[in-house]
Design a binder for this molecule. Structure first.
Ligand code: ZN
Length: 169
């Protein structure tokens, strides 16, 4: 197993839609092992393949109930009620933003054995499913923030990256 460096905000691989996985090889199984090791080492609740530079529709997650893997996952149900949560991302380390998203989500995909899998849940589970599948669509949580919050988040990130305040231009 191997640890991968986690790609961070600004890396273009995080902004492109990842490709569907057509066949499950032993190389893919090794990749998933490495993703799990990288996720636990970080530590994080989930990790999508683009976050280690692999633009494929795979994520791993563990919200404390054991690890699971989804390949080619798709959201199949979202609740109408929203749940506020201080959401973070291993690709934007150290930052958390309060973000409302549907509390419940269900996702369907395939597992490492090639069989269909479905994961669903409220609150943290629903959040992880939405967050990780967003990564596979090339979208970071910043893009989900309301406009004003997004502007201020981007300003904070620029300031951090450059080490000084560049204003709002
Ligand atoms: Zn993330």
């Amino acid at each position: 197993m191997a640890l991968f460096p986690i790609r961070t905000f600004g890396d273009p691989v995080l902004n492109v839609a990842a490709a569907r996985v057509d066949d499950i090889s032993s190389a893919l199984e090794r990749l998933v092992d490495d993703m799990l090791e990288t996720m636990y080492d970080a530590p994080g609740l989930g990790l999508a393949a683009p976050q280690i530079g692999v633009s494929k529709r795979i994520f791993v997650a563990d919200i404390g109930e054991g690890p699971f893997t989804m390949i080619n996952p798709e959201i199949v149900d979202l609740s109408d009620d929203e749940w506020p949560f201080e959401e973070g991302c291993l690709s934007v380390p150290g930052w958390y933003w309060s973000l409302d998203r549907p509390s419940y989500a269900a996702a369907r995909g395939i597992g490492l054995d090639g069989n269909p899998v479905e994961y669903a849940g409220d609150e943290l589970m629903g959040r992880v499913l939405q967050h990780e599948i967003d990564h596979l669509d090339g979208s970071l949580l910043l893009g989900r923030l309301p406009k004003r919050a997004r502007k201020s988040a981007l300003r904070d990130l620029r300031r951090e990256a450059l080490g000084f305040d560049v204003g709002t231009a």
